[in-house]
Each structure stands twice: as structure tokens, then as C-alpha cells.
Design a protein around this ligand. Structure first.
Ligand code: 4AD
Ligand code: MG
Length: 476
């Protein structure tokens, strides 16, 4: 039995073996108290070792970080903070953890330090809580789509195309790094490469997702995506997980409804299924907030923030309206935005956050962006200037979802690929879906780690994925 289950039992001297990692050991007079955790829950179970029950030598090995099995009987707890405890008869030590060398001591460690020991940080309360919430959210994703008749489509990780057209790709090759085969004009000859062409890790499963939607109607992908953008921010990873639904016959409005309903479902799911972990993270966040200046402190607790999002409609406005609101803001008039505001700009995170956190004070869906700042596949609006794009912006996060209705007209799509310089040969198969039984359709991508960030109240994306990949870091 795992500790989560044991803690919910009513104690009646059951004989149990409990295995886990020692969080702390406290010795008082002739009793030792061991707090043991096995990751099944944020809560520890307390083992009480009375004088002589376990040899001195064994007890000496029971230090923070050691892995042990305690055998004993489950009794009502005499102490505060837990309802049951184990009266220990014997201890087996599986693995010691030399207290001189074990880096995790029972005290508060900085998140920066914990990133350097990512192989051990899941053993802290904070990270085990985050990992359990992350699991629950992944489960919520599949639950939502399954309940709504979507099919999970596995799109390739190695691709020959750049879906987003941003050129931020990691090359995949088996050619030697030195002296690769060359073509007559001195370039690397990818015909000689494993796939006989240039390939890279995918930046998005969308293009293949669309192929699926043109047959199965409602599909979604949920897989790792890779971007070699050199942005060292608290919101970017080089390897992150993305969820991309794609739906035939959906237009922009339907796409917004789906995005809103889906994110609300996931957040509600976490609130319902991760109450203990969220309560722990909420307290952690509260302590962190106290170290900030008064005006920077959040007015809402973590749970209140999550409930607020699930209980209120997202604000929906066009890009053009957003620019006008920004232009009329005091912040802009007083020159307090670092970046200029004018129609046509790609909104900076300071603009997005102002709209969400200062102006609307709730999630915002921005639509109909200028075509020049969005990907080639988005459906052109009648005005020929904007496209049916949508970005969902969240408080504290900024962009959490990017999506659009897709261009379903063959000629228009072909023109857009030419405009942005995509070679027809590289995505002829994508263009063909517009030749054969084309249909209006729409979809979006949710950055999974950004959702986990929001739900856990953490502030750095490196802390919500077990082993982050960022520029110059791929240690673990
Ligand atoms: O806005 P993006 O680039 O959209 C796409 O990739 C589309 N193909 C999605 C679609 O329509 N099917 O990325 C979608 C989301 C962003 O809103 C953001 O949440 C997340 O993916 N994201 C990142 N998350 C972490 N690190 C990065 N470097 C990210 N880049 C994007
Ligand atoms: Mg985007």
C-alpha cells in the first residue's frame, strides 16, 4: 500500500510495510520520529520508533534522503498534524544517503539551486506536488478530448517542413559532423542523409493534424515540440509539450469556444483532483508573495485565481481593438511601455500583460491579427489585411494558446506559401488537402508547460517540466 492510501485508513493495529524516502528524523528522549514520503501524496507518514525497537546501527542509517522500509502497526496518532502513525517494529535500509553529501537538507532551498540538482528535486515537496499536478493535467487533456469524440493522432517528431515558418529548428541528421558529403556547389548533400532529405525536429504537429481532421473530423495531438529559439525567458523552453486540437467544420468562433471550454475543464479537473497539492502550492506562493513589495503582491490566492478563470467568460476582442485600447492607455501616453504601440506590431509581452492584468483583469482572446505577423496557413479575412488568428492570453503567463481558422482555399494558400518563401515541394501534401475535399477547419496549440505554470502558480517554466531544455542546458 502506498502512503496516500494508508493515511486514509482508520487505524486498527494493521500490520503494514511502508516504503519510501526519509524526509526527516527527529530523536527525542528515547523515541525517534521518522517522516517518510513515497511520492504518492504531499503528506508524509510518521513512523514512531520506541527505545530498543530497532538497533542503534540501523537507526543511524536512517537519515534525510535514505530509502527504507518500515514494518509495524498502524495506530491513531498521539501527536498533532496526522491522524495515523506507524508504531515501528523493524526497519530495512535499502539505500543510505550520506548526510555530509546529500544535497537536499530539510530546509528551504532556492529554485535556482534545485534546477542544478534536477535529478533529486522530485524528492522535494514543491516538485513532487508540481509533478503530480502535471500528471493530472495531462490526464485531464485526454479525458476532455475523449469525452468530446476527438481522436488522439500521433504526428511525427521528425519532419521535413517548418510549420510555423520561423526557422527555429533543430536539425536531425546522421551525416558526419566533419567532412560531410558535399554537392557539386559545395553544400552539404542531404540526399546522402538518412532520410534522403533535410529533416528536423518538429515545431508543431499541426500540419499533420490537419490531414487527420480532413478524415476523422476531430483530432488532437499531444506531444513534444522543439524550438531552437535563443530566448532565455521564464516562458520559453527549447523542448516543450503542445496540445493541438484540429476540427473540421469549425470556424474562428467555434475555435474560441473550444479553447475556452477546454482550458476551463483542465483547470477544474486539477482543482478537483489535486486539492492537497494545490493547497501546498498556494501556501508556498503566499510565502513568496510576502517577500514582494505591497503593490506587486497578488490580490488573489492561487485557488481564487484558478476559480476566477473557470467561473468567468474570457474577454474577446480583435487585435485592432486591442491596439486602440493600448494607444488610449495612461501607460502608453506616459511613455511607460518599453516597446512602441502601433497597428501592425507584434504585441510584446508587456502589452499582453497590461491588457490581461491591468485592463480586463481576466483571460483575453485576441483575434484577427495582421497577416504579416502570423503564420502562412491562417485564413485571410475579407479585408485582405488580417487573418482569422486567435491568441489566448492568461494573467501572469501571457500567451498560453495560439491558433486560427485555416486557409482552406487552394489558390490563396498557395499564394501565401509563395509570399513567405515556402517551397511548394516541401509541403505539396499539405496543399493537396485543399485540392481534394477541402473544408473549413480550425485548431490551436496549447503550451502544456504554460498551463502547468498557471495551475501551480510557479513563475519559471523550467520548474514545471521534470528536465528542462533551454539554451546551454541539457544536463539531465
Ligand atoms: O503560437 P504557437 O507557435 O502556435 C503553433 O505552434 C500552432 N501550430 C498551433 C496550432 O494552431 N495548432 O504555439 C502554441 C503555444 C503557444 O501559445 C505557447 O503556449 C506554446 O505553444 N509555446 C511554447 N511554450 C514553451 N516554450 C516555447 N518556446 C513555446 N513556444 C510556444
Ligand atoms: Mg503564438
Amino acid at each position: 500500500m502506498q502512503i496516500k492510501e494508508i493515511l486514509s485508513l482508520s487505524p486498527s493495529n494493521q500490520n503494514l510495510v511502508i516504503k519510501g524516502w526519509v524526509r526527516t528524523k527527529r530523536v527525542s528522549a528515547n523515541v525517534a520520529f521518522i517522516a517518510l514520503n513515497d511520492g504518492s501524496t504531499i503528506h508524509n507518514i510518521q513512523g514512531v520508533v520506541s527505545d530498543g525497537a530497532v538497533s542503534e546501527e540501523t537507526l543511524k542509517l536512517v537519515t534525510t534522503g535514505a530509502c527504507i522500509a518500515m514494518t509495524g502497526t498502524l495506530i491513531p496518532s498521539q501527536g498533532q498534524g496526522q491522524s495515523v502513525e506507524l508504531q515501528v517494529n523493524s526497519i530495512e535500509v535499502y539505500g543510505v544517503a550520506d548526510p555530509e553529501k546529500y544535497p537536499l537538507q530539510p530546509k528551504k532551498h532556492s529554485l535556482e539551486f534545485l534546477r542544478e540538482i534536477a535529478h533529486l528535486r522530485p524528492r522535494t515537496n514543491t516538485f513532487s506536488a508540481i509533478l503530480r499536478v502535471r500528471h493530472a493535467l495531462a490526464y485531464a487533456v485526454h479525458t476532455y478530448f475523449n469525452q468530446n469524440q476527438f481522436f488522439y493522432l500521433h504526428t511525427p517528431i521528425i519532419t521535413g517542413s517548418d510549420a510555423e515558418g520561423a526557422g527555429e529548428m533543430f536539425r536531425v541528421t546522421t551525416l558526419p559532423a566533419t567532412n560531410p558529403p558535399l554537392t557539386e556547389d559545395g553544400k552539404v548533400d542531404y540526399k546522402e542523409d538518412f532520410f534522403g532529405k533535410e529533416t528536423n525536429l518538429t515545431v508543431s504537429g499541426q500540419l499533420e493534424g490537419e490531414l487527420g481532421a480532413m478524415a476523422l473530423s476531430k483530432v488532437y495531438t499531444f506531444g513534444p515540440t522543439f524550438r531552437a529559439e535563443n530566448s532565455n525567458t521564464t516562458r520559453h523552453l527549447a523542448e516543450f509539450w503542445m496540445i493541438e486540437p484540429e476540427v473540421a467544420f469549425n470556424e474562428l468562433e467555434d475555435n474560441m469556444n473550444l479553447a475556452e471550454d477546454f482550458t476551463k475543464f483542465c483547470i477544474k479537473y486539477a482543482l478537483e483532483h489535486c486539492a492537497d497539492d494545490i493547497a501546498f502550492l498556494e501556501k508556498r506562493l503566499l510565502d513568496e508573495e510576502k517577500t514582494k513589495k505591497k503593490e506587486e503582491q497578488s490580490e488573489l490566492s492561487l485557488t481564487e485565481k484558478l476559480r476566477f478563470v473557470t467561473e468567468n467568460d474570457f474577454e474577446r476582442i480583435t487585435y485592432t481593438e486591442a491596439i486602440n485600447i493600448l494607444l488610449q492607455s495612461k501607460t502608453h501616453k506616459q511613455g511607460k511601455f518599453q516597446y512602441p504601440v502601433e497597428w501592425g506590431i507584434d504585441l510584446q509581452s508587456e502589452h499582453e500583460r497590461w491588457l490581461v492584468e491591468k485592463h480586463f483583469k481576466k483571460p483575453v482572446i485576441l483575434t484577427n491579427y495582421p497577416k504579416d505577423i502570423k503564420a502562412f496557413y491562417m485564413k485571410l479575412d475579407e479585408d485582405g489585411k488580417t487573418v482569422r488568428a486567435m491568441d489566448v492570453l492568461f494573467p501572469g503567463i501571457g500567451e498560453i494558446i495560439g491558433g486560427s481558422q485555416r486557409e482552406d482555399d487552394y489558390e490563396k494558400l498557395l499564394q501565401r506559401t509563395k509570399d513567405v518563401g515556402i517551397e511548394e515541394e516541401s509541403i505539396w501534401w499539405y496543399l493537396e488537402t485543399r485540392k481534394f475535399g477541402s473544408a473549413p477547419h480550425a485548431g490551436f496549440g496549447l503550451g502544456f508547460e504554460r498551463l502547468v505554470l498557471f495551475v501551480t502558480g510557479m513563475s519559471n517554466i523550467r520548474d514545471v517540466i521534470p528536465f528542462p531544455r533551454t539554451p546551454k542546458t541539457a544536463e539531465f
